[in-house]
Design a protein around this ligand. Structure first.
Ligand code: ADP
Length: 546
């Protein structure tokens, strides 16, 4: 018997090869026969067919072949030593890979029905007797080869379809992921007054930061990812301890923390933030995820509201004190009158004393009414209800009239009042309001003038009338000069000087409403000079004022 491996190699070398056009799969037919002569004859008979003929010379080799390769059909010799054709066929039927491969038995001897039946039981699909009818064998193998080819084509097409469908699915998923990422990005970048960020939980090194971080704090985005201590350095040093404590809590307890803290921008500006931080698991471990909202504006509003409330409370306490001061002597005077009247002694009081008592009461009432007027003016200004009654008004006459009101007081305190003025300087103004301006400025010059001379200057500068009131008193520190025109603002202590802090506020508002300007020049201890400029033509758009 020839060596089986040699036999295989000889015949395989010459074997016909066939490749399917689409699937690229080789179509093979396996021939099993222990007689080399038969195999050579078979090879010669099938020469030129478009499938590959693989030949083996034993049942055992056939079993090995079907485990490794796929065949369109198996031509099986029945009579072989060891494993005969039937046994080999039964074993092939048990193989998962080859259980459906058509097996055609070739036999010269076992013609009778009994063996034919046995062959079919062993899984044969056909029975061919030797000597071979070559055209018939070729035709049968062609059918099996074609069936196999078609099955392979269907498998190939179905594989292609599956691949295509999975590619479509993958593309869809990739598109979905891209859209979700874009949406997420839009969402994050849409938060204009907030910073979305992530850092490593241990090093606090930034791993993500939204682009508005740069707009809000001024550091270029690239610098956020550089140093480990960048995050810590951003936090205002007075808040670092608290922020660190909050982050530790979030990390150890796994809870979300909300905190308010300051951060320092690239230009040194201190900004307030409200931050929400939590710990999240990632593929590389844990990270802090945070959203920090810039609440600086809100915080500033809150602070100025608090300041305003404080100013209001101070004002209420000053106002009640100021109102009480003239009320007490007034009350005493009235009680005195009543007592004298009840005792029938009023006629015994000398006329001069009575006059004195009435004058004192009158001046207390005047002080009270001035305070009430100021409060009323403030409420009118706040509600925008100040109306101007514009008429030709001579500034020189106004100053003279007001100076007249102070004459007695100035004489009593020995304060010189020097007025320099043209003959007249008339503008289109509200006379009573202009008098109020002069009254407030002169009153202050006397009150804060340390008993020294007061100078008033009136002159024309182009289309503007200028009024200057200068004293040589306590002066105003530079740091307070910007606020003394504000409501309730004072630059002296209530114990040293009485007042509501409203005179300059009202003066400023009246000047503004006349479309003029007011300014102050002063140094502490060097006196103060207030300068008022009023357009002679009066305020331009009259309709706005009424
Ligand atoms: P009041 O005099 O009632 O306090 P004003 O509004 O008239 O209120 O003035 C506001 C503040 O400006 C005063 O409290 C005072 O500190 C300062 N001030 C005003 N005029 C003078 C002045 N001529 N010299 C020094 N300080 C002045």
């Amino acid at each position: 018997m020839p060596n089986s491996s040699n036999l295989n190699s000889i015949i395989n070398l010459d074997s016909t090869r066939a490749t399917d056009s689409h699937s690229g799969v080789e179509i093979s037919v396996l021939a099993v026969d222990d007689q080399m002569a038969n195999l050579i004859a078979l090879k010669a008979a099938l020469k030129g067919c478009d499938y590959r003929l693989v030949t083996v010379s034993s049942g055992e080799e056939a079993l090995l072949q079907v485990e490794e390769n796929e065949f369109a059909a198996i031509l099986m010799d029945v009579q072989m030593p060891n494993l005969n054709g039937f046994e080999t066929a039964s074993r092939i039927r048990q193989s998962a890979k080859a259980k459906h491969t058509p097996i055609i038995f070739l036999t010269a001897i076992y013609h009778d029905e009994h063996y034919v039946t046995k062959g079919y039981e062993a899984g044969a699909v056909d029975y061919i007797y030797k000597p071979l009818n070559v055209p018939m064998l070729k035709a049968k193998l062609e059918v099996f080869a074609e069936l196999h080819r078609q099955r392979k084509e269907i498998e190939y097409q179905s594989e292609l379809r599956k691949k295509f469908e999975s590619q479509v699915h993958e593309n869809k998923m990739a598109e979905l992921k891209k859209n979700t990422q874009r949406q997420y990005q839009d969402l994050v970048e849409g938060i204009r007054n907030g910073i979305v960020w992530c850092t490593d939980v241990d090093t606090l090194k930034f791993t993500f930061v939204s682009s508005h971080a740069e707009t809000i704090l001024g550091f270029p985005i690239s610098s956020w990812f550089k140093g480990k201590s960048f995050a810590i350095n951003l936090i205002h040093e007075d808040d670092r301890h608290n922020v660190q404590k909050a982050l530790d809590l979030a990390r150890t307890e796994g809870i979300e923390v909300d905190l308010e803290h300051r951060m320092v921008g690239a230009n040194g500006e201190v900004l307030w933030f409200q931050s929400n931080v939590r710990v999240a698991e990632t593929a590389n471990g844990k990270e802090f995820r945070g959203l920090s909202f810039d609440v600086t504006k809100l915080k500033n509003t809150e602070n100025s509201l608090r300041d305003m409330l404080q100013v209001r409370d101070e004002f209420l306490s000053i106002a009640s004190h100021e109102l009480k001061t003239p009320l007490t002597p007034l009350q005493l005077q009235v009680e005195g009158f009543l007592r004298l009247f009840n005792q029938g002694r009023i006629k015994d009081v000398p006329e001069q004393v009575l006059k004195q008592m009435l004058e004192t009461s009158g001046s207390q009432v005047a002080i009270l009414s001035k305070l009430v007027d100021q409060l009323l003016d403030v409420s009118r200004i706040s509600s925008g209800k100040i109306k101007l009654d514009l008429e030709p008004t001579d500034l020189v006459a106004c100053v003279r009239d007001i100076a007249g009101l102070f004459r007695e007081q100035l004489a009593e305190q020995n304060i010189p009042l020097i007025i320099s003025h043209p003959k007249e300087l008339t503008g289109n103004w509200d006379r009573l309001r202009i008098e109020q301006i002069v009254m407030n400025l002169v009153n202050n010059a006397i009150k804060y003038g340390a008993g020294k001379a007061v100078n008033i200057e009136i002159f024309k500068e182009g289309e503007v009338a200028v009024l200057k009131v200068r004293d040589n008193g306590i002066g105003i520190p530079k740091s307070d000069q910007h606020r003394i025109f504000g409501r309730f603002e004072r630059a002296v202590s209530a114990n040293s000087f009485s007042g509501l802090g409203l005179g300059l506020y009202i003066t400023h508002e009246i000047v503004e409403i006349h479309q003029g300007k007011i300014s102050v020049q002063s140094d502490l201890g060097q006196g103060a000079e207030f300068r008022v400029e009023l357009p002679i033509a009066g305020p331009k758009i009259k309709s706005l004022l009424n």
